[in-house]
Structures are given as structure tokens and as C-alpha cells.
Design a protein. Structure first.
Length: 285
């Protein structure tokens, strides 16, 4: 009897154990949209990616022949920029077009005239001073502002062709900047300052030459009156560039002085006009 009771209790325990293992059925609403597990959205970095630019040059060395075998020569080092600024493509296109500009400056007509007077002569470009040359270099980079200069050289036989070129650009837009883009004050104020600065420097040079007993290369004796006054105000507002320490303005060959003196260059330190410049020039971000 006890044995049968033990067996019955054992069977009853097994039944309860099996019931505990069977899952409880659930009612599922097939019309309800599926529940999605929320996806973690990455938080954007609070640090902006800094735009970059690298400056280099590429060479253009070409010879253009006449039927006689004489030739003129083009020798250029033109800028090319790489980096992440939006305006880089436009700036590169600007400088790529410079090849055409300098080609149009080649002394073809002078070479033809020379050959007409010396038909047995054969002219060989740069070797015989029939060429155009422009070598660009980086002068300064202030945040999104980049400035370059170029030394220009060349000739047409005995005639020398030399000069300077400057260019300042907004890397964000590709725009070539003028003086009005870098000065905070109005045109009359900044041009007046430039004229005064140049006049003072020219007067100092003329005075120093006189003290040494040298003749002055300038076409005038007084920068504050007459021809001197007018010549200084013939300044081309495009003739400038920026360095790390100064605004550089220049007058092309023969504008103020004899050809032997070459272009005249004047460096205006930023500390003398910092209150007139826009903040992104003196304090680039």
C-alpha cells in the first residue's frame, strides 16, 4: 500500500514538472506594425573639419617657331593648389589661363622686324633675349586668404621686359581680392594712407641719394608736388600682394623711375595700418 502511494506521488510530481515546461500561448495582433528596436544615431562631432590648401607650381616651357627657324620662348612657373577649400578649382583655372596671357605677350612682331633687318640671323628664344618669363611663389596664407607674387622677366632683343605681378584670393569662393576687400575703411582713407607712405619713402630715397652724391633714378625731385605727386597717384590698385608681415604695393618699371631701377616696391608693415584692415587679415581664424 505504501509502495503504491509513493508511486502515485512520484507520478503527480512529474505531471506538475511537465506543465511548468510548456510555454503559455500568446495572442498576437497581426494588424499591429512590427516593433522596431531603436537604432542608436551617431552624434555629430562638435569639431569642424579644418580646410587645408597646399601650394605648388607647374612648369610651362614652350618654343614657338617662325618659318625661318628662329623662335621665341615661354618660360613659366604657374601656381596650382590642392586641398579642400571650395574656391581652389576657380583659382587653378585663373592661373591656367595665364599661359594664354603670357603667350599673347611674346615678342613675335619684334622677332620678325629683327629678322627683316638681319635676314641671316637665327634667333634662339631666351638665349637671344626673345622670351617671356613668369615665376610665381607663395607669399602668405591667412586663414582662407592666400596671396602670391610673380617675378616677370623677358625681352625683345635689346629691349628688356620686366615687372611684378601680385594676386590675393579668397580660398572659400575663389574670388581674386582687391584692396577694398582687405581694408575696413573707405577707399579714400586707405588710398590716402598708401600715397602718403610711398611719398615719404620716395622722399627718403631721393634725400639719401643726394647725400651720397648719387643721381636719383626717380623722374622727379619732389614726391609731394608736380610730376611726383601725379606719378605716385597713378598707382594701379591691382598691384599689391600680402606677405606674413606687410602689405606690399608696387609700381611697374618706368612708372616712377628709370628702367635701370626696375619696378619700385614698398612694404607697408601691418602694425602701421592694422586698425584699417579687416579682422581676417590681421587675425585669421
Amino acid at each position: 500500500m505504501k509502495k503504491m502511494l509513493c508511486v502515485s506521488v512520484l507520478l503527480l510530481c512529474m505531471v506538475f514538472a511537465l506543465c511548468a515546461c510548456v510555454p503559455v500561448s500568446q495572442t498576437v495582433d497581426l494588424t499591429a506594425p512590427p516593433t522596431e528596436t531603436p537604432t542608436a544615431v551617431p552624434t555629430p562631432s562638435s569639431e569642424a573639419v579644418e580646410a587645408v590648401v597646399e601650394f605648388s607650381t607647374f612648369d610651362v616651357n614652350k618654343k614657338y617657331y617662325l618659318d625661318s627657324g628662329s623662335f621665341v620662348e615661354l618660360d613659366l612657373k604657374l601656381p596650382i593648389l590642392t586641398g579642400t577649400y571650395d574656391g581652389i578649382a576657380a583659382i587653378n583655372a585663373f592661373f591656367a589661363d595665364k599661359e594664354t596671357f603670357f603667350y599673347n605677350e611674346l615678342p613675335f612682331e619684334s622677332l620678325k622686324d629683327f629678322e627683316a633687318g638681319a635676314p641671316d640671323s637665327k634667333i634662339e628664344g631666351k638665349k637671344d633675349n626673345f622670351y617671356r618669363q613668369a615665376y610665381y611663389r607663395l607669399e602668405a596664407e591667412f586663414g582662407s586668404i592666400l596671396s602670391v607674387s610673380a617675378a616677370l622677366d623677358g625681352g625683345a632683343g635689346g629691349v628688356s621686359w620686366a615687372g611684378i605681378e601680385g594676386g590675393t584670393f579668397d580660398l572659400n569662393t575663389g574670388k581674386k581680392l582687391g584692396l577694398s576687400d582687405i581694408f575696413e575703411v573707405d577707399e579714400q582713407s586707405y588710398m590716402g594712407f598708401i600715397y602718403d607712405f610711398v611719398s615719404k619713402k620716395v622722399a627718403e630715397e631721393i634725400g639719401a641719394d643726394m647725400q651720397r652724391g648719387y643721381g636719383s633714378p626717380y623722374f622727379f625731385e619732389d614726391p609731394y608736388s608736380g610730376d611726383g605727386y601725379e606719378s605716385i597717384r597713378s598707382f594701379d590698385p591691382n598691384d599689391f600682394y600680402l606677405t606674413e608681415t606687410a602689405l606690399v604695393v608696387f609700381y611697374q618699371k618706368y612708372a616712377l623711375a628709370s628702367g635701370a631701377a626696375g619696378p619700385k616696391v614698398f612694404e607697408i608693415p601691418y602694425e602701421t595700418l592694422s586698425d584699417m584692415l579687416k579682422a581676417n587679415v590681421v587675425n585669421p581664424q
